[in-house]
Design a protein around this ligand. Structure first.
Ligand code: HEM
Length: 403
């Protein structure tokens, strides 16, 4: 068996490769990287539940290019994410401390309160294009919406939105990009501009605290919890990486799946109350985050395979979510499933901090899209996928519709 997630055919459609892995080699050492790919639901869940063996240092190693699978990790790259303790790349007890502080910024009450503003932004994005009878879902809706929401959460003023998008793109590519398109110089400059901006925003909130996310994090810094300034900055960078493109990809993957399954599209058009379940089904069926990394802290064994201490493990969420041993018709797309238990947002202590925000943004965007556009069709069957080892989503989704 020969599996390489970087092969063009795996990136265009990873699912046949995953199926083979699950059947033939559920814990498979990928050469030449020496990274173990884990593909079945059962073992994926076990890893996510066992941080004392499978450390999130693996996420840091991935972001700094130590897997050999991305070209991240050139001098200085992504260091804002790696020089301070960082939520997604830390283990207990540090993770517990960081998570307790940032949880306060993402309570259901706080996220729920964003709905009217999220809807306003979605409507604004749509009203700029719907009269044309066509749009690119990605450029016109699914990219600007989460970027604007995160920008507002971080207190970025409207006139800096363009810069914010540029910073965010450069940082993301530097962390997960796999091709030569990633440009280290540009990423370093963008990161520095962002950090400068953000350090200024922190200073302002210190003088004049508000009720926003930065103020919440700073208050923690001053007393209730303990976040250093470096940790606050690292968290802001993490929000860009974890919160923007993932949601863009969720919406892109949703429209790909819906236009490929017109009967499912009709169901949600007729019954908009199904949209919430549709969002969950897309996160399972074509997961925006296909894989995570962990690093073993001791010699261990998984599904009969020995994994020595210090090895990198690629946790294939996108495969676990299609495992028929867990969900018998996992390869079909069904908006009425009402499913619990997929691992598209992870599981356990690192379960996605932004899941309720992502669900809110996706639901509201789809509600507004399906309300304002009828008979939606995709105008090109070709899909060009974004350049990433672990994220999956289309670069564009050209749509035609009636208003
Ligand atoms: C469809 C959208 C999204 C998907 C599929 C997704 C997926 C994930 C996954 C799989 C993890 C687990 C990482 C791990 O175990 O190593 C995670 C963690 C995280 N996500 Fe999301 N995410 C999404 C949107 C967001 C948004 C909108 C935000 C923030 C605004 C966000 C912030 C985070 C953060 C901060 C973590 C780290 C949590 C921790 O380590 O304790 N995510 N996400």
């Amino acid at each position: 068996m020969d599996y390489n997630p970087l092969a063009p055919e795996s990136r265009a459609n990873p699912y046949p490769g995953y199926e083979l892995l699950r059947k033939e080699a559920p814990v498979y050492e990928m050469e030449p990287f020496g990274v173990f790919a884990v593909s079945r639901y059962h073992e994926v869940l076990h890893i996510l539940k066992t941080p004392e063996v499978y450390s999130s240092q693996g996420m840091r190693a991935m972001m700094t290019g130590q897997t050999g699978m991305t070209n991240a990790g050139a001098e200085g790259r992504a260091s804002a994410l790696t020089e301070s303790d960082n939520l997604i790349a830390s283990d207990p007890p540090i993770h517990d401390r960081l998570r307790a502080v940032v949880n306060r910024g993402f309570t259901p009450r706080r996220i729920g309160a964003l709905e009217p503003r999220v809807r306003e932004i979605a409507v604004e994005c749509l009203s700029a294009v719907v009269q044309n009878g066509e749009m690119d879902l990605v450029a016109d809706l699914s990219m600007p919406l989460p970027v604007r929401v995160i920008a507002e959460l971080l207190g970025v003023p409207a006139e800096r939105l363009h810069d914010f998008k540029r910073w965010s793109d450069a940082i993301i590519t530097s962390v997960t990009g796999v091709t030569e398109q990633a440009d280290p110089e540009r990423a370093v400059r963008a990161r520095e501009e962002f950090l400068d901006f953000f350090a200024g925003a922190i200073a302002e909130r210190r003088k004049k605290p508000t009720d926003d996310l930065i103020s919440t994090l700073i208050r923690a810094e001053q007393g209730e919890g303990t976040l250093t300034e470096g940790e606050v900055l690292a968290f802001a960078v993490l929000l860009l990486v974890a919160g923007n493109e993932t949601t863009t990809n969720l919406l892109g993957n949703a429209l790909l799946a819906l236009t490929e399954h017109p009967e499912e599209l009709s169901k949600v058009v007729e019954r908009p109350e199904l949209i919430e379940g549709l969002v969950e089904e897309v996160v399972r069926y074509d997961s925006p985050v296909q894989g995570l990394f962990r690093q073993t802290l001791e010699d261990t064994e998984l599904a009969g395979v020995s994994i020595p201490k210090g090895k990198m493990v690629m946790v294939l969420l996108g495969s676990a979510n299609r495992d028929e041993a867990w969900l018998p018709d996992a390869s079909s797309f069904d908006v009425t499933r009402n499913l619990k238990g997929h691992v598209g947002f992870g599981f356990g202590i690192h379960f996605c901090l932004g899941a309720s925000l992502a669900r809110l943004e996706a639901r509201v965007a789809l509600e507004e899209l399906l309300r304002s556009c009828r008979n939606i069709e995709r105008t090109s069957a070709n899909v060009e996928w974004i350049d990433s080892l672990i994220l999956r989503g289309p670069k564009s989704v050209p749509l035609r519709f009636e208003v």
